[in-house]
Design a protein around this ligand. Structure first.
Ligand SMILES: [Zn+2]
Length: 274
């Protein structure tokens, strides 16, 4: 089966020093993938707590250097297709600079994600302190919906359940039944606009004794609403994780009635039959 890993970080991401375009491309080939896309981080706002810890105010990358490196590695490494992408961290204070970036560069694929919310970083804490699980997950989903409908210019919604990854609650997963209204709004928009829903396999790893699961009902509802495009992403920051658990999730998606998985080339969806 032709599987593509559509969400990978390289040395051009602030947190990508454990890998490189070349190392991840070779690992992806060894893992039997047909291709991979480098979607380095672009967050133009970093919450104060994290900025102090990491000594950075923005998480930008040098797009020209990343794209030149992808061209160079593509010419050297055979047997794997490599695509140029970006993962935009949507944030209400950064609309103008996001628009500018997207009008300046050509990408194969743009992932739209929410990493930071209300000046907090769920990974570093703060966000969950004054909320129960329902408020924390619900507010994150509402924020995704508000930001992605503003942004419009993207191909894939990244890790819609990112907020569950680092949450402290026994309720480890975002389930359709608990948030059906806002999840419907998100899925309806993606389906109507021909955008892809990402299955981000990093979210379903164990973390501090909790393991979020992917709710099949969310995928079923997406299909019911006319959604066609599902994108697989490992969110790898090191070469070993490229394509992690993809055969399992490809079969999962197929079993729910989807006929193909999708990656993007020059911002156009390319469906590959399952
Ligand atoms: Zn992300």
């Amino acid at each position: 089966m032709n599987l593509y890993d559509n969400h990978n970080h390289s040395q051009f991401s602030f947190d990508g020093k454990r890998t490189s375009v070349e190392k991840s491309a070779i690992a992806a080939r060894e893992h039997g993938l047909a291709g991979l896309c480098f979607t380095d981080h672009c967050d133009f706002f970093v919450p104060p707590m994290k900025a102090a810890y990491e000594h950075l105010m923005k998480e930008e990358f040098d797009v020209a250097s990343q794209q030149a490196e992808i061209d160079a590695v593509s010419a050297r490494v055979e047997g794997i297709r490599i695509f140029k992408g970006v993962e935009i961290g949507m944030y209400c204070k950064c609309h103008e600079v996001i628009r500018r970036l997207l009008s300046t560069w050509h990408f194969d694929q743009v992932i739209a994600s929410v990493h930071y919310i209300d000046d907090t970083d769920p990974f570093y804490g703060g966000y969950y302190e004054d909320k129960d699980w329902k408020q924390a997950y619900g507010h994150y989903l509402e924020t995704i919906y508000r930001e992605m409908t503003w942004m419009g210019d993207f191909d894939v919604l990244g890790h819609y359940d990112y907020v569950a990854r680092y949450a402290p609650y026994p309720q480890a997963s975002i389930l359709y039944r608990d948030f059906s209204g806002i999840i419907d709004s998100i899925l309806q928009y993606l389906a109507h606009e021909g955008k892809a829903l990402e299955i981000n396999t990093k979210t379903y790893q164990p973390y501090k004794g909790r393991t979020p699961v992917l709710d099949r009902n969310i995928l079923l509802r997406f299909r019911e609403l006319g959604g066609e495009f599902i994108s697989l992403g490992s969110d790898s920051h090191d070469p070993e994780r490229t394509g992690e658990n993809f055969p399992y999730y490809a079969e999962f998606v197929r079993s729910l009635g989807f006929r193909y998985l999708t990656h993007f080339e020059s911002r156009r969806p390319v469906p590959l039959p399952l």
